[in-house]
Design a protein around this ligand. Structure first.
Ligand code: NAD
Length: 498
């Protein structure tokens, strides 16, 4: 069985730690390879390489850095199929869906290809007689990214292109469940002309994360994952004086008004709930049916959920693949069982689904629970699987109250044909990313991505302008050239404008 190595200073390396973890093919349920699990000395080696590379990379011209990003973008296009297949083989999602995440991640590279414009500072002429002020932003140093299993290409791409283009060096600690995409990305960066040590990959689990959080040589940490770990990473990282951005879990509601095109809404809810087997932080896991929308909506959802073709990710006819691990499979079937036990109606039951030829794969079929209430575990917990819960309410304000009482606030959507309802909804919900007749409102790369409440710990969303701000710090320079003027004697009173 092959071993996935770390990537430090431009080369694959086994590192010092002897620990490894198996990586599974979720469609077969069998281990396909194993991955190194770093210890503190491996993190040390990566930080040393990244710190050394920072000395010259931070002095490399903006044009040169952007040139690398353009080349990297082209390589991501050329290797899209290879990368998508690697993701599908370890994550389980269907290959076309994996392509989708690569495209959305690549858009961040495209955004930073325009960094020359984005990073322009400002200049104020003659703020005082003979005095000008300008500002500019500089990189922080060595930055690290700790990422979840569900988007092994896209989520890291939210981070490293922004960090690297702005002059930082980077250490990625990807999920140990689907680690291979990170190594291909490292090779593509190298082929694009990125100097060794600027982008490094350290594989591992909690031990590697803790070593990153405690390391004095790391200036900033970006994290995406579940809320308990996001909270932990934020607390431990900031306690060590680092900048930390930490995105957490989600429970996203799709509200369907009686005036919505119900067939359109159902089609989009189905895709948003069951795409990637529900393992998306922007998946819709709760359909909030308002008033008379409920009965016809559930009827269409049931029909469409039953029609979904579940199979291995590399079968082009599959619409939904397996879950990532046996533990995830168990958690999801448990959530359906608990919904049933607590009084929900199981309209479609995905438990026990067997895919022919893949009987040991981590499959769970699409599941639809109706008459779910806010007190049930199936509503309160982030199931992170192909389970759509329908909650019935009477008014849009009841729907808004439900959403606002939920501790998560990542994404939400409203399906309506009424502009007034949509406007009221977007103004009142305590959620960071909102779709109007758009079920998965992931912002374009030139906006920033981040939720509210327990979906974002701290105050820094990723990519877009907020990403640039996170990976840089500003200097403000006040300038005078005294030899060009007269009467500039130094005084002891506090300087004022004149
Ligand atoms: P996770 O929190 O289990 O793992 C995320 C990262 O943290 C991984 O790299 C993992 O190795 C590390 N980690 C896990 N346990 C740790 C521990 N005890 N101490 C230190 N580090 C630890 O998340 P996951 O299961 O990989 O991903 C799914 C979660 O990520 C879901 O909750 C999902 O909503 C969330 N997510 C959120 C967003 C967002 O934008 N808000 C995006 C994608 C995923």
């Amino acid at each position: 069985m092959s071993t996935i190595e770390h990537w430090i200073n431009g080369a694959a390396t086994a590192g010092a730690s002897s620990r490894t973890a198996p990586v599974f093919n979720p469609a077969t349920g069998a281990p396909s390879t194993r991955v190194r699990l770093a210890g503190p000395s491996d993190v040390d080696a990566a930080v040393a390489a990244a710190a050394h590379a920072f000395e010259s990379w931070s002095e490399t011209s903006l044009s040169q850095r952007i040139k690398v990003m353009f080349a990297f973008r082209e390589l991501l296009v050329r290797h899209e199929d290879e990368l998508a297949r690697i993701i599908s083989a370890e994550h389980g999602k269907v290959v076309d869906d994996a392509r989708g995440e690569i495209v959305r991640g690549r858009e961040v590279v495209e955004y930073v290809c325009g960094l020359g414009d984005i990073l322009k500072g400002s200049f104020s002429d003659q703020v005082s007689t003979g005095v000008d002020v300008h500002n500019f932003r500089q990189p922080l140093g060595v930055c690290a990214g700790i990422t979840p299993f569900n988007f092994p290409a896209m989520v890291p791409l939210w981070m490293h292109p922004v960090a690297i283009a702005t002059g930082n060096t980077f250490i990625l600690k990807p999920s140990e469940r689907d680690p291979s995409a990170a190594n291909l990305v490292a090779r593509l960066y190298q082929e694009a002309g990125l100097p060794d040590g600027v982008f490094n990959v350290v594989h591992g689990d909690k031990a590697a994360v803790d070593a990153i959080l405690d390391h004095p040589g790391i200036a900033a940490v970006s994290f995406v994952g579940s809320t308990p770990i996001a909270t932990y990473v934020h607390e431990r990282g900031t306690a060590h004086g680092k900048r930390v951005q930490a995105l957490g879990g989600a429970k996203n509601h799709g509200v369907v008004m009686p005036d919505a095109d119900l067939d359109f809404a159902a089609r989009h809810l189905i895709a948003a709930a069951y795409g990637s087997a529900g393992e998306r932080c922007m998946a819709i896991s709760v359909a909030v049916a308002v008033g008379s929308a409920a009965d016809p909506l559930v009827e269409i959802l049931e029909r469409k959920a039953r029609a979904i073709k579940v199979g291995p990710g590399d079968d082009p006819t599959s619409e939904m693949g397996p879950l990532v691990t046996a533990a995830a499979q168990e958690r999801v079937t448990g959530a359906v069982a608990s919904g049933a036990a607590q009084g929900a109606t199981v309209v479609v039951d995905g438990r026990g689904l067997k895919v022919e030829g893949h009987e040991d794969g981590f499959f769970v079929g699409p599941s639809l629970l109706d008459r779910v209430t806010a007190g049930m575990d199936a509503y309160r917990e982030e199931i992170f699987g192909p389970v759509l819960a329908v909650v019935r309410v009477d008014t849009v304000d009841e729907a808004i109250a439900l959403i606002n009482a939920n501790p998560y606030g990542n994404g939400t959507a409203v399906f309506t044909s009424d502009g007034g309802t949509a406007r009221h909804f977007q103004r009142k919900v305590t959620v960071g990313m909102i779709g109007v007749n758009v079920p998965v409102p992931v912002p374009m790369s030139y906006y920033s991505f981040g939720g509210w409440k327990d979906s974002l710990i701290g105050d820094s969303p990723v990519h877009g302008p907020e990403g640039i701000r996170f990976y840089t710090r500003a200097k403000v320079v006040t300038t005078r050239w005294p030899h060009q003027e007269r009467g500039t004697a130094a005084g002891f009173s506090f300087p004022t404008s004149d």
